[in-house]
Structure formats: structure tokens, C-alpha cells
Design a protein around this ligand. Structure first.
Ligand SMILES: Nc1ncnc2c1ncn2[C@@H]1O[C@H](COP(=O)(O)OP(=O)(O)OP(=O)(O)O)[C@@H](O)[C@H]1O
Length: 915
């Protein structure tokens, strides 16, 4: 029931709240839902916006049934009506005919082909063979029974008649071909990147989802946001939405749609969280955190968590952003053909003449060690210049003052000049071109000598926190040692990336300042977006993946593992605990061993810098080899293979780690071996070394003679060293939110304090641990973003400075997918496992007492017998008695030891279960 139906006219949030308060009307709704389940009523009343669950209308895709509707509302209505409208006699006959002919998929190495299964006389074919007719050319084939899969088509993959890979693929492809990029997968969402903008996002469309339940709407990212918001209000439990997928699959775009939806529909207590402000936040993040890669023309190179805090009435009271794993080394080094962070190009193209003169950007260097080559094409320069104006306007909206902005431009220009200055290749460590270094020193507010000593001397400048521990002493010696061994160029790179890391941290801090509010909140909704899976081979690049790519891939894999854990492993464990037996078809629980290859820890806590034979992952080995005298990348790989390498004769499919033909290279089979990435480990040990120049960057900023620089960094860092390259925005977590006993972000900030004490490589694992610990405390909604084809990425890869806006690529309406690529993503996601358990298991459950409390109004004779609010000794028996009188379909529920379990959809209409 929607509140608009019950005549409520309060704000959107309170409208939502009336859905969840246990009023008699609410209980009545629950009652109706159950009656509907038992077939005694025609179904719960749907909100005017919403539709009833669709019936599958399986028809083969044809050009005629593709919808190319431009109007957003029409698209949604088309999506709604396609599924919701009542079926005609003709359709029902067609449907029956469809099911009666045995349509199947023939699975083969290039994908799968539609075919008809033919009846044959017994014994006419060898055992295990069947006869089929291919739809494409009518040819008759005798094929292996195992290569044939049945098919059907729906808008929730969980309701497929035959739940198998081919049916899922077929449904996704057909929907995509009809411009329907969203598909439900039980409680999860699949979105295939439409590449072009099918304008299915607008406030008008948002209103169609307001107040609706997931079951009552067509699949849409707004529906996911609505479901999370609804659960937050219903259960008062923290929620999170996690976006998963390959680079360029649309995670950040969907993240923005989710935030816009929540702000529009929930509303906020004041103007702090206007849509304009959020647009400005993303403009700033995109400028400072995005780059053009071979996979995505506007790829994020940092992970971020947006937290929205809600009050009792469901209004947004405060918000914050935390970021981690910024790819700071990209400032100085990156693969051929890729760019550094967008903001450099924006500044260089967009600074007006006085700013340009002040930053000494009127002339560019012939040699630039960091290769921040200014744009040369007029169109690109114009675009970049427009983006700079947009960035400046966004910073203004966010309350970033002229002086603060100037401080950013000074540091960015200084980084450019440091690249132009370069460093000596041999002999004394110093700048190669002093005139450029002089400009950098001036912009940073210091002298050339001070700058030179901060970069090339081997001592940290006293800003690192000190403690008397032996471990710290070892680390300091390691730091000085790393500094003395590093080349002049490595020192320069460490310093420049340290500077960038600091300005990124300060930026996040300023964004949080703009979003801060002093109001109390009840619970939070987190949206998590991390860079997608990276594999240069996907777009046939010659070069191999980098250490940064490994970090992003590792983070994605951990999030995928969380999905598998939450939707599959946990469920099985719960059934076991409750003595429920469940036989799953075709499913073997599995874990991705590629994660262990990266992060498996030793059982001993103090193995640092000591080589032992105990298996441990790459990050730990890097740390050991990095600090070990004589450690090298060759030894690193040798040790890695000795622990995890394939046994004699093992190939892909049997192992997750393989040798490459090239020296210093290895192959790792991510996502359960569905995505093999070749990495080049040359130079990786540098990541384990804390070169003093990196932390000295902080001191240079804090000690700057330019007041606008020192005061900005001093005020945001609170006078202490911020941890370069680790986590930004922790100060954005409002104290009020942290004070909540149940605050999940408390775990995050505590986890992060531990991170600061570890070395760089281990920090990567610990940052991801802290993120996952935080998420585990919430109810998680997963969105699987998928890439339709690799060529689309190439087109995107060429278009730098899109500024987050969509450009139509290729023919409009050409919504085709690369079957092998989509299938690999489906396999890697483990969605089928989740769907099977969702369908064959009991995804909704309630403890006995809760069930009785909510539904005993249905059995007045029991309340009469025991009295209202009666206390029973044997809850299980009482629930059994209640169920008997409710006459519920026996197959729709199962009694556990402490809970009542329901089949998918049984309680969907009643909402608020504990899944
Ligand atoms: N829902 C959508 N509608 C229209 N275009 C989209 C949509 N999702 C993604 N795109 C297009 O695809 C591009 C890549 O998407 P996006 O940057 O969101 O991917 P991502 O998964 O966040 O990538 P990365 O992991 O590399 O940061 C966008 O710039 C946009 O052009």
C-alpha cells in the first residue's frame, strides 16, 4: 500500500515512514500479503506508481520488438507495461506454444545458438546425444546432451523457468537489445552499461519509484536505491549499496544516480545536500581523481564511500565522503597512451592569463619527466578549458574560497615544474634542470635548497609520528635505507606523488566541510564505488597490468567475495545452524584463490623482513623483499610461485597463478579464473619502500612561506602529518554519527588507525579489510554493472574530458553485447550461485517471536485464548499453532530452530524481513 493511497500528504520521508510504522493499517497490509500468498485474496493493492509482478512473456527477439523510445517516461512506461499489462488470449496461446516447442541453447566455444530440440526414436542416437535444429540456418545436428540448455525470458532472473547460464544470458541480451539495461537478479540488480545515454534518469522517473517496493517496479537503479532506503526506514538498520564490475561498466554513473535519487526522494533537513552541491562534489572528484585509461576515457583511480545519514523522519541530515587507494603514482608514471589526473589538463588549458603568468605556465618544457603533455588539438583544449571553468564554479558552490583554490593551483603547477626539472640519472642526486626546479620552489613557497634537500636527502623531515617501539625503529632505518638506495628520479617521483596525495586529501576534507552538519542521525546508507577490474588485454594493449591495477583488481575481488559470502555461503551456514537441509542443483561453493595469492597472511605476526617457508601472499612478500638486503623482484616471483604456483602440468582452470613467457611477468586468474591478467612486476619493490621524499612533501606544504598554502594544509591536517596515499576524509565522519553506539563507520575509522601503523603494501590489505568490516555491519544491496562489449571501451578510451557527460557511441539503438565477455562477467560474479540459493532456499526469515507479534491479529481465537501480548514458553509451538490457523501453503515456509524461513517472494509484499 502506498501512502498516497491512504490520503497522506506529508513530506516524502514521512510518507515513507507511514509504510513502516507498525500501525493497524501496516499489520493489515502484512495480513493481506499473506492472504495473497495463500490465494485467498487477489493480491495486495499496489501503489499507483507501481505494477504487480510481471508474467513472463517469452518471445524471441526481433527487430520489431526492440523499443527505441527516447522519452524517459515512455521508456519506463514501456518497461512497466511490457511486463505489467494483462496478456491477451493470443499471447497466452503463443506462450504455451513457446513452452511446448523445446527451444534450447546449444552452448559452444563462441557463445550459444538458439535451436529446437527434436524428438527422436528410442535408440536411434548414441547414449548422451540429442538431435537439434539450429534456428539460424535450419541445420540438423547430433550434439552432447550436456551442451544443450533450456531457455526462457523474464525481468527478474530469479523467476526464470530454467535457471541456467544460457537462459540468464539470453534474458540479459534480449532486455539489453530492447534498451532495458536493468534486470533484477533476486534481491540484486544487474545493469549493463548502455554506453549511450538512453535518458532513463530524471526526476519524473524518480517519482515513479517513490514509495514502491522492489517487487512492484520494473528493474531500475532507482529501484535499488528505493529498496535500500525502504529497508533503512523499516528496520532502522544501516544499509549499503555496493557497485561491482569491470572498469567502464558504469559503477560511478550508477552511484551518482543512486545519490540523486535518495536526495530527491528522501529530502534533507536543510539545503546542505542540494542536488547542485552533489553535482559539484562529483565535478571535483572527477577532476582530481579521474584519468583516461585504455579501458575508460573517464576512469576513477580511487575508491570512495559516500555516507548519507538519516534522521528519525527519514530525512538526510548529514553526509560525508571517505576515499582510499588513490593511485598517486599516476602523477609521475603511467602506461603509454594513458593520462594523468584530469585536473592537470584542465588547469593548463583553462587558467586565465594572469593565473597562467603567476603559475609560470606560459611556456612548457621540452623535456618533462612526468610527461604531463598539454593538449594540442584545439577541440581538446577547449573542452579542458570548459572543464576548468566548471571545476572553479563547482569549488565555489562547495564554499572553497579563492585563496584555497589558488593553493591547489600553486601545488599542481609546482608538480608540473618538478617534472620539467627532472632528476639526474647518475652521480649526485639533484635536479636535472634547475631553472624549472626554481619555479617549483617559488610556487611552493620555499627556496631551491630547501626543496632539493626535501627531495634528495635521505632523512624524513621530522613530521612522522615517533614512538619508542622496536618495530618503529626498524621501519625508520628501513626508510632511511630506502631513501639512500632510491635513485634521484625515484625520490623526485615520490615527492611529486606525495604532494598530489596531500592535495587530494585536503580536497576531500574540504568536500566534507561543505557537507557537514551538526544534526543527529539515526542510521546511515553507504554507497561504495571502487575502480573496476583492469585488464589491458581486454582492449588488446601490448603492455601488462601494473601494481596499481593489481590493487584495484584485488579490491574488486574482495567485494565480489563479500557478495558470494553474503548471498551464498552465509545462507548455507544459516540453514545448517537451523537444521534445514537444502540440496542445491549444480552448485559447488567456491572461493577465489587469486585473493589468497595476493593477501594471505602468515600465521606469525612478526615475520616482517624475515624470509620463512610459510606461504604468504604477494603483498607480504613484497614487503619482505623490499626491506630485505638483496631482495629483488626475481626472488619475489620465485617465492610466490613456490607457494602458489601450478603443480606439474596444471593449466588455466586448474590453477590461479601461471608463469608468463616474459621475465618478471606472471598471470593471475581473477574472478575464479574467468579474467586472466598478466602483470609486470618490474619496479614493484619500490612500493614497499617508504622513500622519505614522499612524507617530506607534507612538511614542505606545512612549512610553506606562502600563507595560503601552509594555512590550508595546517587547518585540514590539524597540524599533524596526514598519511599520504592512504585514506582521506575520516574527519568527515561526523562526531554525532560516530557517537552512535552502532555506527558502522566507527569500525572504519578504528580499522584505519591500525592501517597507519603498517607499511605501504600491507596498508592496501588493511584498508580493504576496514572497508569490508564496515560493510558487514550493514545490510548490503549489490549492483552488478556489466560491460556489453570491449569495443565500446575503446571508443570511450579515446574521448578524454567528457567530464562525466555521456556521448552517444555508435548507432543509436545498436544495443549489442559481446557474448563471451558478458558470460565471463556472469561467471566471475557468481550470480548464478546466488540466484539458485535464493530460489531453492528460504531467503526471508523471521525469529518466531517477531512473526507471532506481527501476525497474531490473523488468529483472533489465539489472542483471545492467550490474551494480547501474551508471553509463551514455547515460541516454536505457538508459531506452529498460528501457522495452522493461517492455513499457509506448506511449501512456502520452513520451521527452523529459532526462526521461520520463507521462500522468495512469500514475504516480499510484507517487507521488513531480516535477510
Ligand atoms: N547508466 C548509464 N547511462 C548512460 N551512460 C552510461 C551509464 N553508465 C555508464 N555510462 C557511460 O559509460 C562510461 C563509463 O562509466 P563509468 O565511468 O561510470 O564506469 P566505471 O565502472 O565507474 O569505470 P571505472 O571503474 O573505470 O571508474 C560513462 O562515462 C558513461 O559515458
Amino acid at each position: 500500500m502506498d501512502c498516497t493511497q491512504s490520503g497522506h500528504s506529508e513530506s516524502s520521508a514521512s510518507t515513507e515512514l507511514c509504510l513502516i510504522t507498525p500501525t493497524p493499517a501496516r499489520v493489515f497490509e502484512d495480513v493481506l500479503s499473506l492472504l495473497w500468498v495463500t490465494g485467498e485474496a487477489s493480491g495486495p493493492p499496489a501503489a499507483p506508481n507501481c505494477k504487480l509482478p510481471p508474467a513472463a512473456t517469452p518471445q524471441p527477439q526481433s527487430a520489431a520488438n526492440k523499443q527505441h523510445v527516447e522519452d524517459p517516461v515512455a521508456i519506463l512506461q514501456a518497461a512497466h507495461s511490457a511486463a505489467a499489462q494483462g496478456r491477451t488470449e493470443e499471447q497466452i496461446t503463443a506462450e504455451k506454444a513457446w513452452y511446448n516447442t523445446e527451444k534450447v541453447w546449444l552452448v559452444h566455444k563462441d557463445g550459444f545458438s538458439l535451436a529446437t530440440l527434436l524428438k527422436t526414436e528410442a535408440g536411434s542416437l548414441p547414449e548422451g546425444k540429442v538431435k537439434i535444429r539450429l534456428e539460424s540456418d535450419g541445420s540438423l545436428l547430433d550434439v552432447d546432451e550436456d551442451d544443450v540448455e533450456k531457455l526462457d525470458r523474464v525481468e527478474d532472473l530469479a523467476s526464470l523457468q530454467y535457471l541456467n547460464e544460457s537462459s540468464v544470458m539470453h534474458s540479459l541480451r534480449q532486455r539489453y537489445g530492447s534498451n532495458l539495461v536493468h534486470t533484477h537478479a533476486g534481491p540484486n540488480m544487474v545493469v549493463i552499461n548502455p554506453i549511450s545515454s538512453p535518458s532513463m534518469y530524471s526526476e519524473k522517473v524518480m517519482q515513479m519509484f517513490k514509495g514502491c517496493r522492489r517487487e512492484d517496479t520494473a528493474p531500475h537503479i532507482y529501484g535499488t536505491a528505493q529498496a535500500a532506503y525502504r529497508h533503512l526506514l523499516t528496520t532502522r538498520q544501516d544499509q549499503s549499496i555496493v557497485l561491482l564490475g569491470k572498469s567502464g561498466s558504469g559503477k560511478t554513473t550508477n552511484c551518482q544516480h543512486i545519490i540523486q535519487y535518495l536526495l530527491t526522494i528522501a529530502g534533507s533537513t536543510n539545503k546542505t545536500f542540494s542536488a547542485e552541491k552533489w553535482q559539484a562534489v562529483y565535478t571535483a572528484l572527477e577532476a582530481f581523481g579521474n584519468v583516461s585509461t585504455c579501458l575508460n576515457g573517464n576512469a576513477s583511480r580511487f575508491s570512495h564511500v559516500v555516507s548519507l545519514d538519516f534522521d528519525q523522519a527519514g530525512l538526510v541530515t548529514s553526509a560525508s565522503i571517505q576515499t582510499m587507494l588513490l593511485e598517486k603514482m599516476r602523477v609521475t608514471r603511467r602506461p603509454e597512451g594513458e593520462t594523468t589526473f584530469n585536473v592537470f589538463y584542465y588547469l593548463i588549458a583553462g587558467a586565465d592569463s594572469s593565473l597562467r603568468t603567476e603559475l609560470h605556465l606560459n611556456h612548457f618544457a621540452e623535456n618533462d619527466a612526468f610527461k604531463i603533455t598539454p593538449q594540442t588539438k584545439t577541440e581538446e583544449k577547449q573542452r579542458a578549458s570548459q572543464q576548468f571553468s566548471k571545476l572553479q564554479a563547482a569549488m565555489k558552490v562547495l564554499g572553497i574560497s579563492g585563496d584555497e583554490q589558488k593553493a591547489f593551483w600553486l601545488v599542481l603547477a609546482a608538480i608540473y615544474h618538478l617534472g620539467a626539472a627532472g632528476a639526474t640519472k647518475a652521480g649526485r642526486k639533484q635536479f636535472a634542470r634547475h631553472e624549472w626546479a626554481q619555479k617549483a620552489a617559488y610556487l611552493l613557497g620555499g627556496t631551491l635548497e630547501e626543496l632539493s634537500s626535501s627531495i634528495f636527502k635521505h632523512q624524513a623531515k621530522g613530521t612522522l609520528p615517533r614512538s619508542g617501539s622496536v618495530r618503529r625503529a626498524v621501519e625508520e632505518i628501513g626508510t632511511a635505507d630506502a631513501g639512500s638506495k632510491a635513485t634521484a628520479m625515484e625520490c623526485l617521483e615520490a615527492f611529486a606523488s606525495g604532494l598530489y596525495s596531500e592535495i587530494f586529501t585536503v580536497l576531500i576534507s574540504l568536500l566534507n566541510r561543505a557537507l557537514k552538519s551538526g544534526q543527529n542521525s539515526l542510521c546511515s546508507l553507504l554507497i561504495v564505488d571502487t575502480p573496476g577490474f583492469q585488464n589491458p588485454r581486454l582492449v588488446k594493449r601490448e603492455y601488462c597490468a601494473t601494481f596499481e591495477d593489481l590493487c584495484h583488481n584485488y579490491t574488486q575481488e574482495r567485494l565480489h567475495a563479500l557478495f558470494h559470502q553474503r548471498t551464498f555461503v552465509h545462507e548455507l551456514e544459516r540453514y545448517k545452524e537451523e537444521n534445514i537441509e537444502l540440496a542445491l542443483d549444480d552448485t559447488e561453493p567456491s572461493t577465489s584463490l587469486s585473493v589468497s595469492v595476493v593477501d594471505q597472511a602468515s600465521s606469525q605476526t612478526l615475520v616482517r623482513s624475515v624470509r620463512t617457508d610459510e606461504a604468504r601472499g604477494l603483498l607480504w612478500l613484497m614487503e619482505e623483499e623490499g626491506l630485505q638486503p638483496g631482495g629483488s623482484e626475481e626472488t619475489l616471483l620465485r617465492r610466490l610461485f613456490s607457494y602458489y604456483g601450478p603443480a606439474e602440468g596444471q593449466t588455466k582452470g586448474q590453477t590461479f597463478l601461471l608463469k608468463s613467457e616474459k621475465a618478471n611477468h606472471f598471470l593471475l586468474g581473477h574472478s575464479y579464473g574467468t579474467d586472466w591478467v598478466e602483470y609486470n612486476v618490474s619496479g614493484w619493490l619500490n612500493y614497499a619502500k617508504q622513500i622519505p621524499a614522499s612524507s617530506n612533501a607534507t612538511s614542505v606544504l606545512l612549512d610553506s612561506q606562502k600563507k595560503i598554502i601552509s594555512s590550508l594544509f595546517m587547518s585540514r591536517a590539524g597540524g599533524t602529518n596526514v598519511l599520504s596515499g592512504s585514506i582521506a576524509g575520516l574527519e568527515g565522519i561526523s562526531q554525532l554519527s560516530l557517537r552512535r553506539a552502532t555506527s558502522m563507520r566507527k569500525t572504519f575509522s578504528t580499522g584505519m588507525s591500525a592501517v597507519k601503523k603498517k607499511s605501504l603494501c600491507i596498508q592496501i590489505k588493511l584498508q580493504v579489510d576496514a572497508l569490508l568490516d564496515m560493510l558487514r555491519r550493514s545490510r548490503i544491496h549489490f549492483v552488478h554493472c556489466m560491460l556489453p562489449k570491449a569495443e565500446a571501451l575503446k571508443a570511450l578510451g579515446g574521448s578524454l574530458f567528457k567530464g562525466g557527460e555521456c556521448e552517444v557511441q555508435g548507432e543509436p539503438g545498436e544495443m549489442q553485447v559481446d557474448v563471451a565477455l558478458l558470460r565471463a562477467q556472469l561467471r566471475g560474479s557468481k550470480l548464478l550461485d546466488a540466484l539458485r540459493i535464493y530460489r531453492q532456499g528460504y531467503p526471508d526469515h523471521m525469529v518466531f517471536s517477531e512473526f507471532r507479534r506481527r501476525f497474531d491479529v490473523l488468529a483472533p481465537h489465539l489472542t483471545k485464548k492467550y490474551g494480547r501480548n501474551y508471553i509463551v514458553k514455547d515460541e516454536k509451538r505457538a508459531v506452529e499453532e498460528l501457522l495452522e490457523s493461517l492455513d499457509l501453503e506448506k511449501s512456502s515456509y520452513h520451521m527452523g530452530l529459532s526462526r521461520l524461513f520463507f521462500r522468495a517472494g512469500t514475504l516480499g509484499k510484507a517487507g521488513g524481513t531480516e535477510r
